[in-house]
Design a protein around this ligand. Structure first.
Ligand SMILES: [Zn+2]
Length: 112
């Protein structure tokens, strides 16, 4: 298990395994956030606390919720509004730097 944390520590994530790859997405929001996404099934990520520590931003078709820490503003993760989608994105920038360095860097041009 590895841990990720926002800058102030109000949002933590306990994640089943280190990512093999992290994705730099060129879509309109990700390029502004500067996030590196590591994708997981939601069951592999435990959010601490489970609710209440983040604010949500949704845009466009509003299929995704982008979460940020209410206190320090760090982008922490995204989750699908449709809870049957077995995929979420964790901002690998919140993981220890050596874990990010060890992962393969993928670059995609996301939609929008
Ligand atoms: Zn924070």
């Amino acid at each position: 298990m590895i841990e990720a944390s926002c800058h102030c520590g109000a949002v933590r994530m306990e994640i089943a395994a280190a990512p093999e790859a992290v994705t730099q997405c060129g879509c309109s929001i990700c390029r502004r956030l500067g996030t590196l996404w590591a994708y997981y099934p939601p069951a592999s990520v435990r959010l601490v606390p489970p609710t209440g520590a983040t604010e949500i931003y949704s845009w466009g078709e509003k299929k995704l919720e982008f979460h940020r820490c209410r206190i320090c503003g760090n982008a922490t993760h995204w989750a699908a509004v449709d809870k049957t989608v077995n995929r979420m994105g964790v901002n690998a920038r919140l993981m220890p730097p050596e874990i990010v360095k060890a992962a393969q860097l993928l670059e995609i041009d996301g939609p929008g």
